[in-house]
Write a protein that binds this ligand. Structure first.
Ligand code: ATP
Ligand code: MG
Length: 333
């Protein structure tokens, strides 16, 4: 591993960029799909506002953060100020409203960690999950989308990483691997270190949102930053190599935390993430940009960490040696 830390990238890596780009293109949702999502948001908002005029429905997650694949489910968040009702009561009432509005396959999951209502809309054929008052997710969705507008390589890299993670079954938080959200943060972090993305939370803030006494502030005038990364000319295939090489051979799993909030690597020691606390083992440490006590790697356990690291090594080696990396990388697990 020591030797591989400084292994130079194969000289012909760039020849694979067109094939990785065509994989990216094949995963991007069509304009038609995006307009169907908007149509569903409008229809559901109308229905809900009849009962709760002051409530507001937000899109969040992959359909709003620009990292969504075609045909992915839609995540919606209902923002409602209704002190007489508990979250579970709101979920149950919401399920009734949706029933009356002829939506289908309605399920109220009131005992999940994040309670949601699931539904299918027969007009658009789309499925979605609605949660209640999860505004931090709405804010981190905007942060991710803002980053994606600075340099187009972020979206390309993250799509390919997510596609790899889904193909290799390492995008399953219930089995101890990482969420899509965590993978996107890992990509942002890499591009910050390469000088392709700035650190928006370290710049003078232009956007402030207070969520549960926590102020989320950052520079969001990203249209002023669209030549930020231009000096770095690395291709997507080179960045993909760097990503997997970093997680396979360079990241110090015993000491390091990646942090897009600071645009740096910070120490586990400083965050007191050096030992297991409750169920949080901190075996791979990815700091949430706003909820900084939250390690997005906390789902990873002592078995799944090895699954993950073996997959990072497999991917790094394919990108280094395989004659056809844009095929082999995504072979089903
Ligand atoms: P996919 O295409 O796989 O559905 P996704 O972008 O919707 O990807 P998820 O991991 O399903 O990603 O998460 C949905 C949203 O929920 C994220 O965009 C983020 O706003 C929020 N989220 C997910 N996991 C966390 C977490 N651990 N901490 C805070 N917010 C999270
Ligand atoms: Mg999702």
């Amino acid at each position: 591993r020591v030797q591989r830390r400084n292994r130079p990238c194969r000289y012909d890596i760039d020849q694979f960029t067109p094939s990785f780009m065509s994989i990216f293109e094949s995963l991007v949702p069509s304009d038609e799909e995006i307009s169907k999502q908007k149509q569903l948001l409008t229809a559901l908002s109308k229905l809900i506002n009849k009962e709760w005029p002051n409530a507001k429905l937000f899109l969040y997650g992959s359909c709003a953060n620009s990292f969504g694949f075609s045909n992915s489910d839609i995540d919606l968040c209902l923002s409602i100020d209704y002190k007489e009702m508990s979250k579970v009561d709101i979920i149950l009432k919401l399920a009734d409203i949706l029933h009356a509005g002829n939506l289908q396959n309605i399920q109220a999951l009131t005992r999940a960690r994040v309670p949601i209502v699931k539904l299918m809309d027969p007009n658009t054929g789309l499925s979605c999950d609605i949660c209640v008052n999860n505004l931090l997710a709405v804010v981190n969705t905007k942060l991710l989308r803002d980053y994606s507008q600075i340099d187009k390589r972020l979206r390309q890299l993250a799509f390919i990483v997510k596609h790899w993670a889904k193909s290799r079954c390492v995008n399953e938080t219930y089995r101890g691997t990482l969420s899509s959200y965590a993978y996107v943060i890992m990509c942002i972090h890499l591009l910050q270190l390469r000088g392709i993305l700035p650190c928006l939370q370290e710049m003078d803030p232009t956007c402030y949102v207070t969520v549960d006494n926590n102020t989320c502030a950052y520079f969001d005038q990203v249209d002023r930053l669209n030549s930020y990364g231009a000096r770095n000319k690395e291709t997507v295939s080179k960045l993909l190599w760097t990503f997997f090489h970093y997680w396979a051979y360079q990241h110090d799993y015993t000491k390091d935390v990646i942090s897009i909030r600071t645009g740096r690597i910070i120490s586990k020691h400083m965050k007191d993430w050096t030992r297991r606390v409750g169920n949080d083992r901190h075996l791979i440490c990815i700091e949430d940009p706003f909820e900084t006590s939250h390690d997005l790697g906390r789902v990873v356990d002592k078995r799944s960490i090895w699954t993950l690291r073996e997959e990072f090594e497999r991917a790094a080696n394919i990108l280094q040696y395989d004659p056809n990396p844009s095929v082999t990388l995504f072979e089903p697990y």
